[in-house]
Design a protein. Structure first.
Length: 496
């Protein structure tokens, strides 16, 4: 009955506004791992190629930089839509609190423009700049990507633990302290947890492409390198992410105890609280289904079975997530932890084989798991954001403004129409993204086959052989361009 009362009391605009925001955010976050982490992974490969004089590594770096640019262009579209939605769907939030936490969006905007310029320079530099100069000009790219994440996470962590202001007699924020508004108690744990998650996810996603290639019989240096570099980055950081995940869960336990109660479906404040793996919370506080492990939740929260865990009923019903929302948060949290545990086992498998035999694992099952790891890590990222946002309900600014007070007054019918249009646009945008990636893959494969045939090797075993440095040769009149789109092969190769 309490859940029905809370839902009936919500404005009609709430459901379409939240659905639209959830859809656009869930779509945009698919691109974020590549946007934040691919520049760093590409430059690691680029540096490896320069240090070892490996033209295959440089070729991969050049191709990944093209993917990076396409992804950035698509991210511009989805990110811009999200920016407009903050003002259109949540005018109460931006009108009242924009002066306090808006600095984060300003930082993200500057980072976006810097990243656009640097990506353009990095792409332009292939074949046109000296190798060392080109590499050095690309080094700021990861920093700008991290700066963009800094701005967004500063705003989001402020919404979870608002600081840096005082309220006047009318309840409006005054005396804003920018530094305190940026560096809130949740900022550090949330930022590093997010950044490492992006690196882990991007590493597994990119490596998964080459794992599929290996399963299809492509075991040349090109595919080995394309798998090893990103997978190693992800595998090294997976245990780090596990530690950071534990740290942020403890911060939530201390700073947002009601959200923690939703994550663990704890109904009443108590000690010796059991841990439920999945399960469903009902409005009367009972839990059905799932696996119950006695006392484990208290032990995980405070390393002692007598640790006191705050329950959902510690606050009034209109100040906590509903039973349905708590169940959603609990499931997404458990899925995220479950996927993280599986990825940790995969990383340990990889590490043990490498330490013992100094080579990649040979088992096809390892590469099947590696191929799935990319999609699984994206699912984990989605679940993490659902946990963060739904677990904060009903607050849009924790304990200061409810979502219902921030939502637009636009008619719900209009919002549903807008939602339908956004879905259509996003289907077209992501469809175009997929088509472009597939065309790039086909073009590169044709170039590899042509170079393999020219070198007398197997068409599928020898990658494109020209290094991406050195002057572009003049195109003879009437000559055909190469399938790779870079003109005919150079007569003299530049030194990498």
């Amino acid at each position: 009955m309490t859940t029905l009362y809370v839902l009936a009391d919500a404005p009609a605009q709430m459901l379409p506004a939240r659905s639209l925001m959830a859809f656009t955010l869930a779509s945009h976050i698919i691109l974020v791992p590549l946007g934040v982490a691919l520049p760093l992974i590409t430059l690691i490969l680029h540096g490896y190629g320069l240090r070892r004089g490996d033209p295959t590594a440089l070729l991969l770096a050049r191709r990944w930089s093209a993917v990076m640019a396409v992804q950035f262009a698509i991210g511009v579209v989805t990110g811009t839509v999200l920016s407009f939605e903050f003002g259109l769907l949540w005018p109460g939030l931006m009108g009242r609190w924009g002066d306090v936490f808006g600095i984060g969006f300003g930082v993200e905007a500057w980072a976006f423009f810097l990243e656009a310029v640097l990506i353009a320079i990095y792409l332009y530099g292939w074949r046109r700049l000296p190798a060392r100069t080109h590499f050095l000009l690309g080094l700021p790219l990861p920093a700008t990507a991290l700066l963009g994440a800094f701005g967004i996470l500063a705003a989001n962590s402020w919404m979870n633990t608002p600081r840096g202001f005082t309220l006047d007699s009318a309840g409006d924020p005054v005396d804003v302290d920018v530094w305190k508004a940026i560096f809130t108690p949740m900022f550090g744990p949330q930022y590093w947890h997010f950044v490492v998650a992006m690196l882990v996810t991007a590493g597994y996603v990119v490596a998964g492409v080459y794992a599929v290639g290996r399963l299809r019989g492509r075991r040349d240096h090109y595919h080995r390198l394309g798998f090893t570099i990103p997978f190693t980055v992800a595998a090294v950081l997976t245990p780090v992410q596990f530690v950071l995940g534990d740290s942020i869960a403890r911060q939530v336990f201390q700073k947002q105890p009601v959200k923690f109660a939703a994550m663990e479906i704890v109904w009443k404040t108590d000690t010796h609280v059991p841990e439920y793996l999945f399960g469903r919370l009902h409005p009367d506080g009972t839990v059905s289904g799932g696996i119950k492990i006695p006392q484990l939740d208290s032990i995980l929260a405070g390393f002692r079975p007598d640790t006191r865990v705050t329950g959902l009923t510690s606050v009034p019903a209109d100040e906590r997530p509903t039973a349905t929302q708590a169940t959603i948060v609990h499931w997404t949290f458990d899925i995220m932890v479950g996927i993280g545990s599986a990825l940790l086992l995969l990383a340990l498998w990889y590490g043990l084989v490498w330490l013992r035999r100094r080579r990649l694992p040979a088992s096809p099952w390892f590469y099947r798991c590696a191929a799935v790891a990319g999609a699984a890590s994206v699912v984990a990222v989605e679940c993490g954001w659902i946990t963060t946002e739904v677990g904060r309900q009903p607050w849009i600014v924790y304990q200061n403004m409810r979502v219902a007070d921030a939502v637009t007054s636009t008619r719900s019918t209009t919002l549903w129409i807008m939602f339908a249009l956004v879905v259509v646009v996003y289907v077209l945008v992501f469809g175009s993204f997929l088509v472009v990636l597939l065309r790039m893959r086909t073009r590169w494969r044709l170039a590899d086959e042509q170079d393999g045939s020219r070198a007398g090797g197997s068409p599928r075993q020898t990658p494109e052989t020209d290094t991406p440095y050195g002057p572009r040769p003049a195109v003879p009149s009437g000559s055909a361009t190469r399938p790779g789109g870079d003109g005919p092969p150079p007569t003299e190769k530049g030194e990498p």
